[in-house]
Design a binder for this molecule. Sequence first.
Ligand code: FAD
Length: 421
Amino acid sequence: ETVIVLLTRDLRVHDNPALATACEQARHVVPLFVLDPAIDPRHRAGFLHESLHDLRSSLRSLGGDLVVRRGDPVAEAVTLARTANATAIWAAADVSAFARRRERHLAEACEAGRLGFRLFPGLTVVPPGDLLPSGGDHYRVFTPYWRAWSAAPRRKVLAPPGRVRLPDGIGVGDLPAREPYGLLRGGETAGRRRLDEWLKSGLARYPDDRDLAPERTSMLSAYLRFGCVSPAEVVARSARRAGGEEFVRQLCWRDFYYQVAFAFPELPRRDYRSRGSDWKDDEQAFAAWREGLTGVPIVDAGMRQLRDEGWMHNRLRMIVGSFLTKRLGIDWRLGADHFNDLLLDADIPNNCGNWQWVAGTGNDTRPNRVLNPLRQAKKVDPHGDYVRRYVPELAGLPGPAVHEPWKNPVPRYPAPILDGV
Ligand code: FAD
């Protein structure tokens, strides 16, 4: 028996339920990745390609390979199933409307072609839709979800397959060249190294340091985004350590937004809760925000880190998001699109869920909260080092004075685009 495992955003050999089950139950397994021209990975292309190279070398060391095709994933998987004489196509279940449409097409194509079809968990710790509040189709508020999630049964974290046996005569296909971009190197090997390092020397300080910029958090988000590390494994390995509960709670936020997106597929475009006022059309202010030229140092530092490194600290994302939507009055969808262009970790549930939270159209129980950038700056960057790193025009201002350049105007740095920062 031969099974095709269509890999999408589960680019790992550790704790990969579809791959592990196929290798256990089938004589031959074809791990397949299809580069789909309909999906533009934007600045994530380099991370994705590095992840694919890494996965190929892991699969080779297990006796197999990563088979790569270009085109429509459903058509390519079915064609390959015929060439390889396969009996089934398996994959990991996803949540976005786009991915679920693809799953439906794949299920139909398998039925028409008399192939077995199965979806496996693995994208989240608890599968979206598994936990439901009484009388509702999903959890709208985090705390009750956190309670139910913490008590939910967990599947076993799986070891990598012992061996991957590819059938004979399958062309493996070329991968695009590696083209590194941003702060992080893609792939399971780099992700696991970061996780080990984090458990050893970062996690214990997380409850105290997580709101300080820049690198005091795990920086695992891009690895989770592409499934280079398994969220279930991250939780299992951190849960009982010092700092673990606070960290695991953040991973629960990730699952929370996945179950919101699962139940509310319009999340990327439609307000989850109506805001009841119009957004402003202000291209000039939006451009200043994008370029990191608002004249508010903490906002500009965050936006420049995003532009240069493809990453930004969570608190900074909240500050720049609140500034765009609540202070400049600009539509959260424009902010989410910009983040989606540049972030290495951007995905629909987390990006749009968090943007709606920040804008007051989402799951925040205090939708009218406005973050004060100056007060926030003093908390997240008390000594001003973060701002000086990303806004070199201000490098001459010492300590926290860097957050208020209007008190000592600096040439080449703009005055704030808003009064009363
Ligand atoms: P850590 O603090 O180490 O947390 C560990 C993990 O928990 C993260 O990797 C992430 O998977 C999860 N997590 C942490 N905070 C959140 C959160 N607020 N919501 C959901 N999951 C969370 N995260 C993304 O993964 N992709 C996005 O596209 C994204 N867009 C965002 C947009 C805005 C406006 C805001 C405010 C937040 C966004 N986040 C997004 C959430 C959060 O900022 C990042 O997950 C976090 O900064 C990643 O850094 P880390 O891995 O070091 O996090």
